[in-house]
Design a protein around this ligand. Structure first.
Ligand code: ATP
Length: 236
């Protein structure tokens, strides 16, 4: 579904991502992990079209989207759940969902809203509440739901569990599981590596912008040297 090849990104002289290649298949949850500053957010923002790459290609179902602007990538099936959730605090829950599907027709919007309400019933219960009054976990559900309103085929999720209570994290991961079972491809950037490793089909470890390790989630959990070298500091 997604093929990234030789991706290189820089901020002026600072090389943030260097020669990064990976693929994500339909219905696959791919976790990108690594220490602070490893280049995870840069990668996800580049895929969303919000940071320009310096070299490399990004393909979606074979189509080269490397130079396609962010709003067109939404039309092509990429949706971002940004770090920190970034819900529109003064808008209601329902209005936030409408923003996520703003480029779709009324029928598609209504179907998507029903799907989001089925995934997260709490968003239906709180539909007329300002998003800013929701708990952190509910806001993360809203950020996921808002992204789903665009009808994506690939969900880009930056730091799903950061700052959330364990129960909310469980609910968000359970939702990702259901979406993956429906065929959605998911790229997940996570600080909480233990959760990410257990959830992921495949894992890539970034170190100083370069791919340091790649394998299945199960292989990653079983590789104590890997866990110690790259993940030990990020547990819990
Ligand atoms: P974290 O887990 O701390 O968010 P990360 O793995 O997501 O880290 P990035 O945020 O992608 O890493 O940062 C990669 C590198 O690029 C770091 O050296 C960082 O300081 C640098 N960087 C990120 N954003 C900018 C920016 N807007 N301007 C300059 N340098 C940046």
């Amino acid at each position: 579904m997604l093929a990234v090849e030789g991706l290189t990104c820089a901020y002026g002289d600072i090389l943030a991502v260097e020669d990064l290649s990976f693929i994500i298949g339909k219905g696959e949850l791919f976790a990108l992990i690594g220490a602070n500053g490893a280049g995870k957010t840069t990668t996800i923002m580049t895929l969303a079209g919000l940071v320009a790459s310096r070299a490399g290609t990004v393909r979606v179902d074979g189509e080269d989207i490397t130079r396609v602007p962010a709003h067109r990538r939404t039309d092509l099936g990429l949706a971002l759940v940004p770090e920190g959730r970034r819900v529109f605090a003064d808008l209601t829950v329902d209005e936030n969902l409408t923003v996520g599907g703003a480029r779709r027709d009324a029928r598609a919007l209504s179907d998507a809203r029903a799907g989001v309400h089925a995934l997260f019933p709490v968003l239906a219960e709180r539909r007329n509440q300002p998003a800013g009054s929701l708990s952190g976990g509910e806001q993360q559900m809203l950020a996921l739901g808002r992204a789903m309103m665009a009808g994506p085929r690939l969900l880009l999720v930056d730091e799903l569990s950061l700052g959330l209570m364990p129960r909310a994290i469980d609910e968000c991961y359970a939702a990702l599981d259901r979406l993956r079972a429906d065929g959605l491809a998911i790229l997940l950037v996570e600080q909480s590596t233990d959760r990410a490793l257990h959830a992921a089909d495949r894992v890539a470890v970034l170190e100083s912008g370069r791919l340091a390790w790649t394998g299945t989630g199960a292989d990653a959990i079983g590789d104590s040297a890997l866990v110690e070298a790259y993940l030990g500091l990020r547990e819990g």
